[in-house]
Design a protein around this ligand. Structure first.
Ligand SMILES: [Zn+2]
Length: 343
């Protein structure tokens, strides 16, 4: 009898020692199974009670009950403690400090290039133009050949680009859209085509291998150079203010004849001469001209009946002028500190 009683008491000691090391719910459950489970060590000891005599059984039984309820009680007390601890750790982990400054950057805004594109397109939409689009990956014939820039033409040197194959390339100008538009639609035509163009230029403060142009095209009966000048004059005044003047300088583009480069009075000094216009009082913003009769004929338009003008506006240059940006690279760096000035 005393053997059984001793082993009950040593079970109790072992249990107390093990419990003091329990620090989480999983370990508490393991301990319960090890002592009080069906195959637990206390259960094994109690199985031995069957061999006790009738007088011994109640005495040992009393000790056994005490040991078992002691184990159950302190285990359940420990489990409650652990649960409380686990809960408070969880609360500490998930605490939200409402006094920490927010990392919210605020709503985004349009990029200055898109703002300039939208502004320019709005002006021409108001003048009755529609908006056209074309592919950035273009056939040689639309980018060069049908615009009277055949293989070996010197103007290909100044517009070196990225070739996909021998006759597919990243477009160097939006002028290919003149051809695509005239192939699809017949005059009268009045379209404006904004988009990205590519040149294999190194990036510096005024050049980028990718930039934006807006191409304009008008074809109808009796369109003259006077219409071109009038339209550009109106555009310049709407974009840069009533006092803006334009100046035409003779130039050469293979796809227009005559061709001109168009300067606007400096938006910074109004024509007096300053740092922005390098003392000139004028800034070159676009190229234009009367569509070459051969280009019209290339697209199946009778150049005896129809005439037209085309122009290409440099979006970067316009945006830089409009918003006082002095380095083209700022437009592509995606620096939020820079971009958020243009909200
Ligand atoms: Zn100036």
């Amino acid at each position: 009898m005393s053997d059984l009683k001793d082993s009950l008491l040593s079970q109790k000691e072992a249990f107390d020692a093990a419990l003091s090391k329990v620090t989480d719910s999983a370990a508490a459950e393991q301990l319960r199974v090890a002592f009080l489970g069906k195959k637990g060590s206390l259960t094994q000891v109690l199985r031995g009670m069957g061999q006790l005599s009738a007088e011994e059984r109640p005495l040992v039984g009393k000790v056994a009950n005490e040991v078992r309820s002691h184990m159950e009680e302190i285990l359940s007390a420990r489990i409650s403690e652990i649960k409380e601890l686990e809960k408070s750790h969880k609360l500490k982990r998930e605490v939200i400090d409402v006094t920490i400054p927010s990392s919210y950057e605020g709503a985004g805004a349009r990029h200055p290039l898109n703002m300039a594109i939208n502004e320019i397109c709005d002006i021409f939409l108001g003048l009755g133009y529609s908006i056209g689009e074309g592919p950035e990956v273009e056939y040689d014939k639309y980018n060069f050949e049908l615009l009277r820039i055949p293989e070996g033409h010197p103007s290909r040197d100044t517009q070196d680009t990225f070739y996909i194959t021998d006759n597919i390339l990243l477009r160097t100008q939006t002028s290919g859209l003149q051809i695509r538009t005239m192939e699809k639609q017949k005059p009268p035509l009045k379209v404006i085509c904004p988009g990205k163009v590519y040149r294999s230029d190194a990036l510096d403060s005024t050049h980028s291998p990718v930039f934006h142009q807006i191409e304009g095209l008008v074809v109808d009966k009796g369109v003259t150079m006077g219409d071109l000048v009038g339209s550009l004059q109106l555009f310049a005044k709407k974009l840069f203010g009533e006092n803006t003047k334009i100046r035409l300088r003779p130039h050469h583009f293979p796809f227009t004849e005559p061709s001109v480069e168009v300067d606007l009075t400096c938006w910074s000094c109004g024509g007096k001469g300053c740092r922005v216009c390098k003392g000139e009082g004028w800034i070159e913003v676009l190229g234009a001209g009367m569509v070459h009769p051969e280009v019209l004929e290339n697209c199946g338009i009778d150049s005896e009946v129809y005439s037209g003008f085309a122009f290409g506006i440099g979006v970067e240059r316009t945006a830089m002028g409009r918003y006082g940006i002095d380095d083209i690279r700022l437009l592509y760096e995606n620096d939020v500190r820079f971009l958020k000035q243009f909200k």
